[in-house]
Each structure stands twice: as structure tokens, then as C-alpha cells.
Design a protein around this ligand. Structure first.
Ligand SMILES: Cc1ncc(C[n+]2csc(CCOP(=O)(O)OP(=O)(O)O)c2C)c(N)n1
Ligand code: SF4
Ligand SMILES: [Mg+2]
Length: 351
């Protein structure tokens, strides 16, 4: 017999956030993923980020595609809205939901197969249109759910569990997101929660298309010597460009800093991203420098992590389309259906 329900009881001493919820209120069902799968650590980081951000769970819509990674929204934010779409189609369904209801916070959860293979076109257009969302790819370099075939993000020269060499060039979703116009781009590692939680908090608070590629080892099919997406490889080759602290707009800033060591980036909603540079001269406000930097370090076999690029004043698709301020389900019938005369006027203006 399997038990998928978690006990609903809360210990009275558990901490409560500013909107009255305990961390456990942000959990979902018990995970059915393999023990040690990186994806479960990412779910834990999302739970932590939403709890710390004081988000009411019903304000979040989580959407995903198909894959072990895309199953994970079932394991966090059980009280939020959810839509498990078709393989690779999360971005277009999310775009539609976002246009219909701009009041929700959108979390797009996907895999490297889901976003870099079948859904590559969908990924590209969500990024270039500036759909406001936190798009998280749980990147393990394989199709975990269908038993470990190389995915499009597998590095050239990487070996499968059976020793087969991958000869194809990899798709680098971070490089693509930068090129396509995403306004918040980061890379994390499921084994580094201290870095991942503030990266996710920054993405959720961002005003445009935010993308985070999280290297997330698949312990069943891609965690052996020769794989560049294994825990050991990423730990040995990880280069963090900065350490990021997320400071909510409401909080007083009390951290002691040396000038020149940190860069403060204030986002449109008042939240502050405080970046402590670990690589002298790295500028997260320069998209083109970020692209060159990433590619140079990838060629050296390094996995660069951290907040790689941010445009704090980014706007989104709603601004570009000049949509109305309210969600469609909050509009009265007259506003939704202004009548035949209004249609006639509109048609006449197009003749
Ligand atoms: C249209 C369609 N084609 C193929 C599949 C088979 N399929 C299911 S999951 C998957 C790949 C998932 O890989 P990824 O997104 O990397 O997720 P992971 O399991 O590695 O987390 C494939 C090819 C499918 N479900 N639907
Ligand atoms: S097969 Fe791989 S990706 Fe899927 S749950 Fe197991 S470890 Fe995770
Ligand atoms: Mg995968």
C-alpha cells in the first residue's frame, strides 16, 4: 500500500509568516520521484521561497509539461492553482492564463526534454514576448521519465550510463534566454539551496520574463563518472559569479557591507537583490557580456551559476499589449461584451 497524503497536523511551535501560513502550508503531496533526485530539492527551494516571500498560496498558478520534473508541481503548493499541460506546451498555456488573469503569480516548471527538445519553440516565444513568469527548467541532461535518453542539453562528449558518447552539440537554455530577451536569467544547482532560494525569490518578484536553469542530477540515469550533469561534476566545476541576497522592500536593510564589493539592484516592486561579486568585473546588467562570459566558461567545462543577468526595470507582455488592469473574470458583462455597435465601429475602423 502507498501513502501519498501528508498529515495535516501542524506543530504549534512552527513559525508562521506574515500572511499567517506555516512552511507546511506550501507543501504538496508526497513525492513519488527516486530518492536523491535533484528535482525534489528544487521543490523544497520553491516551498521555502514562497513561504519567505509571504505569498498566499491561492495567488500562485503553477504550470508544467510532461516529465519527472513536470510532475513536481504536485509536490509543492498544494493549495495553489495548477495545470499539467501536454509535453512542451507549458509556455503557451501559461501565456493564455497570464493574459486572462494578471493578478496571479505564474510559476512555469519544466524539464530539459520538455523545454529544449519538443518545447523549444514554445520556450523561445514565451521569453521573447516577455511573459511575466518564473520559468524554472530542472535540467538533468536526460529524459528521466522515459528511462534516460540524452536530452538536447546533454554536453558533447558526455557519457551515458552504458558508456555511449553524446556527439551532438548542446542547447544552452541560458544562452538562448539571454539572446531572446529574457529580463532575469540565472543558473542554479539543486545541491545548493542557499543560492537557489534567493534566485527563485528574485524571479518570482521580477516584472518580466524570468528564467532559471537549475542543474538537477538524475540519480537513476545520469549521475555517473563521464556525465557533466552529475552531483560530483557540478560540485567540482561550479563557478558562482556572485552571492545573491534577496531583501523584501518592506524590510530594513541592516547588512554590513564594504562599498565596491556589492551591487544593489532594486526591482520594480521595491524588492532588492544584493549581489556580492565573486568574479571581479562581472556585471549582471550587461546582457552581451553575460552571453560571452557564459560561453567562454562553458568551453572550459565550467558550470557558471548565480544571477547572470537582470534588467530591474523590465516590463511584460501586458504592458506591450496595453491590456486592461483587471483580470477578465472580474469584468462586468458590459465590459466583456460591449455590444454590436462597438463591433461595428471596430470593423469600420479596419476597412
Ligand atoms: C508528445 C509526447 N512525446 C513524447 C512523450 C514521451 N515523453 C514523456 S516525458 C519525456 C521527456 C521528459 O524529459 P524532461 O523534460 O527532461 O524531464 P525529466 O523526466 O528528465 O525530468 C518524453 C519524451 C510524451 N509524453 N508526449
Ligand atoms: S528517473 Fe531521474 S529524473 Fe526521474 S525521478 Fe528518478 S532520478 Fe529523478
Ligand atoms: Mg530531463
Amino acid at each position: 500500500m502507498t501513502y501519498l497524503a501528508k498529515p495535516r497536523l501542524h506543530h504549534p511551535t512552527l513559525a508562521t509568516n506574515k500572511v499567517g501560513y506555516k512552511r507546511r502550508d506550501y507543501e504538496g503531496k508526497i513525492s513519488t520521484l527516486c530518492a536523491g533526485c535533484g528535482h525534489d530539492s528544487i521543490s523544497a527551494a520553491i516551498i521555502e521561497a514562497c513561504w519567505e516571500l509571504d505569498i498566499e498560496p491561492h495567488r500562485v498558478a503553477k504550470l508544467s509539461g510532461i516529465g519527472c520534473s513536470s510532475k513536481t508541481p504536485d509536490y509543492f503548493l498544494g493549495a495553489s492553482h495548477g495545470f499539467n499541460t501536454v509535453h512542451g506546451r507549458m509556455p503557451s498555456v501559461l501565456t493564455g492564463a497570464n493574459l486572462a488573469n494578471r493578478d496571479l503569480l505564474y510559476l512555469g516548471v519544466s524539464g530539459d526534454g520538455d523545454s529544449a527538445s519538443i518545447g523549444l519553440g514554445q520556450f523561445a516565444h514565451a521569453m521573447r514576448r516577455g511573459v511575466r513568469m518564473a520559468y524554472i527548467v530542472e535540467n538533468n541532461g536526460v529524459y528521466g521519465l522515459t528511462k534516460g535518453q540524452f536530452s538536447a542539453t546533454a554536453d558533447q562528449g558526455s557519457k551515458s550510463k552504458k558508456g555511449v558518447l553524446n556527439t551532438d552539440s548542446p542547447v544552452d537554455l541560458v544562452a538562448l534566454a539571454l539572446q531572446l530577451g529574457a529580463s532575469y536569467v540565472g543558473r542554479g544547482f539543486s545541491g545548493n539551496k542557499a543560492q537557489l532560494v534567493p534566485l527563485i525569490k528574485g524571479a518570482i518578484s521580477h516584472g518580466g520574463a524570468a528564467f532559471i536553469d537549475v542543474i538537477s542530477p538524475c540519480v537513476a540515469f545520469n549521475n555517473h563518472p563521464g556525465s557533466t550533469k552529475s552531483y560530483d561534476y557540478v560540485r567540482e566545476h561550479n563557478e558562482a559569479v556572485s552571492r545573491i541576497d534577496f531583501i523584501s522592500g518592506r524590510e530594513e536593510i541592516t547588512v554590513d557591507i564594504n562599498p565596491g564589493e556589492v551591487m544593489d539592484v532594486r526591482q520594480h516592486d521595491g524588492t532588492l537583490l544584493r549581489l556580492r561579486s565573486l568574479h571581479p568585473g562581472y556585471n549582471p546588467g550587461d546582457r552581451y557580456a553575460a552571453m560571452a562570459y557564459m560561453q567562454r566558461h562553458h568551453a572550459m567545462g565550467e558550470v557558471v551559476t548565480g544571477l547572470l543577468y537582470v534588467d530591474p526595470l523590465a516590463t511584460d507582455l501586458h504592458t506591450a499589449l496595453n491590456t486592461c488592469d483587471r483580470p477578465l473574470n472580474a469584468l462586468e458583462t458590459d465590459a466583456l461584451c460591449p455590444g454590436a455597435q462597438a463591433l461595428e465601429k471596430l470593423n469600420a475602423s479596419l476597412r
